[in-house]
Design a protein around this ligand. Structure first.
Ligand code: NAD
Ligand code: UGA
Length: 469
């Protein structure tokens, strides 16, 4: 029992895309709580502490302003993992949970080594009553593993001082923020999910959120429902994208228009209008890994039909990316050798510098294999990141250059390929840009953001996803 447990000190393990923004928003709304974000990555922490707010390791609209307001007030970033754990009443685990690369379940199951390492560190360093909150996305039943590790510190506490030992409570509170809109999602969540079996621990976390979230939006479930709801939400969202992308190919064949079809079906309240934009396939660090994890769980429990149902969502996504590469190659006379292609956008979506699983990576690799020369422009992705995503150490990288403006990228290009829906691409002055290209010139709009008629009037060939081309 932890009646009237008032949280005064929070520690978050993991200063990434979830830990950083989530703790920043908690700090903003809870100036009575000290929030310490810790990470083993020194470079990342020093960027979080950089005086120049343009150097924050994560680009998110609205993040800079909150960091400016709260950093060194009640929001701190450090590598003092053990110290901050020992001071905390509540610890969030926000570490990475990528797909396992080796061993049993490789290619499907989540790699939980960072979660386990965090749990062990908590178990060794926490003092007194501590609430541990799973923020990372985890397979169902992970809370059990975390509990077992935490409990072990009771049995093996160094001096066998049984009475000094800790009390741990484990909650699951998965994060639903999307990159690019993280701050708004955290400030105005559709819901906050808290799974657990101890009412007082749930109340303690609820109290933190009640500083800015309406009570009606805070949903209590059991631990396993909470863990499974996170995987299911991502699977459903990804499924919508694969569904609309599948229809985009049919539109291209039949003369139907994917924008019109999306609008027509989205006006049905039962379907809803969001997440119906067709594109080059979904990217990002989570959809693929979470569906793979779901498939693994289904197979583990002997539900192969359910697993293969969800696996199709991923197959369709890969197919959409390959389909787009093939269309580009075939429209450019089946030959890309020494052709210059301007790639506009490399991030997996607009308003983020994240490139994890970006469709741009697989499409650019396909084009490079055909001998193309790529001139890539993205307003937020660093040159090193693009090089790391496309090449291994020692590879010949001379066919890729990273441009610092749209114009530089497009000069002398045979084709422009729009891969991310950045706002600035919607405002391009095509009258100025098209004359800079080599003719016959092509524009491939994989995001459906360009005014088709305007481009055609400038004498450029245009292909747009989901339209008769
Ligand atoms: P990330 O890779 O950006 O950040 C994770 C951080 O944890 C890294 O900086 C890493 O150095 C640190 N870390 C790993 N082990 C550690 C340890 N033992 N001690 C201290 N620090 C450690 O990952 P992310 O994108 O923030 O995702 C974190 C989790 O949240 C994942 O489970 C992911 O599925 C989930 N999630 C992500 C998003 C998203 O938009 N990125 C949204 C919702 C949920
Ligand atoms: C997604 C979910 O939206 C979040 O709720 C979840 O918390 C997060 O995953 C996670 O668990 O990591 P995120 O991947 O950041 O968030 O971004 P999304 O907006 O979902 O976009 C994912 C991909 O789908 C992007 O490549 C995007 O371009 C693509 N997409 C999205 C489409 O192609 N069409 C759409 O209509 C929407």
């Amino acid at each position: 029992m932890i009646e009237n447990f008032n949280i005064k000190n929070i520690c978050c393990i993991g200063a990434g895309y979830v830990g950083g923004p989530t703790m920043a928003v908690i700090a903003k709304h809870c100036d009575h709580i000290q929030v310490n974000v810790v990470d083993i990555n020194k470079e990342r922490i020093s960027l979080w502490n950089d005086k120049d707010l343009n150097k924050l390791p994560i680009y998110e609209p609205g993040l800079k302003e909150i960091i400016k307001e709260c950093r060194n007030r009640n929001l701190h970033f450090s590598t003092n993992v053990d110290d901050e754990i020992s001071k905390a009443d509540m610890i969030f685990i926000s570490v990475n949970t990528p797909t396992k690369e080796k061993g049993i379940g490789a290619g499907q199951a989540s790699d939980l080594k960072w979660v386990e390492a965090s749990a062990r560190r908590i178990s060794e360093n926490a003092k007194g009553t501590t609430i541990v909150v799973e923020k990372s996305t985890l397979p169902v039943k992970t809370a059990e593993t975390i509990k077992t590790i935490l409990e072990s510190s009771k049995k093996y506490s160094k001096n066998n001082l049984k009475k000094e030992i800790n009390n741990f409570y484990v909650l699951s509170s998965p994060e639903f923020l999307a990159e690019g809109s993280a701050i708004n999602d955290l400030e105005n969540p559709d819901r906050v999910l808290i799974g657990g079996d101890d009412n007082d621990a749930i109340i303690a976390l609820e109290k933190v959120y009640l500083n800015w979230v309406d009570k009606k939006k805070i949903l209590r479930t059991n631990l396993w429902s909470s863990e499974l709801s996170k995987l299911t939400a991502n699977a459903f969202l990804a499924q919508r994208i694969s569904s609309i992308n599948s229809i985009s190919s049919l539109c291209e064949e039949t003369g139907a228009d994917i924008e019109e079809v999306s609008k027509a079906i989205g006006m049905d309240k039962r379907i809803g209008s969001k997440f119906l934009n067709s594109g080059p396939g979904f990217g990002g660090s989570c959809f693929k890994k979470d569906i793979l994890n779901l498939v693994y769980l289904c197979n583990f429990y002997g539900l192969e039909e359910v697993g293969s149902y969800w696996e199709k969502v991923l197959e369709l996504n890969n197919w959409q990316q390959k389909r787009i590469s093939k269309i580009i190659i075939s429209k450019l006379f089946g030959n890309l050798f020494n052709k210059r292609l301007a790639i506009l956008g490399f991030a997996f979506k607009a308003d983020t510098n994240d490139t994890r699983e970006s469709p741009a990576i697989s499409i650019c690799k396909d084009l490079l294999l055909e001998g193309a020369f790529l001139s890539i422009y993205d307003p937020k992705v660093e040159i090193n990141q693009i090089q790391n995503d496309l090449f291994k150490n020692g590879d010949d990288n001379s066919r890729v250059c990273v441009a610092s403006t749209i114009q530089e990228s497009v000069e002398h290009a045979d084709a422009i390929i729009i891969l991310t829906e950045w706002e600035e691409f919607k405002k391009i002055n095509w009258d100025k840009l098209v004359p800079l290209m080599r003719k016959p010139a092509w524009l491939f709009d994989t995001r459906g953001i360009i005014n088709l008629q305007k481009l055609i009037s400038l004498g450029i060939n245009v292909w747009t996803v989901g339209k008769a081309n």
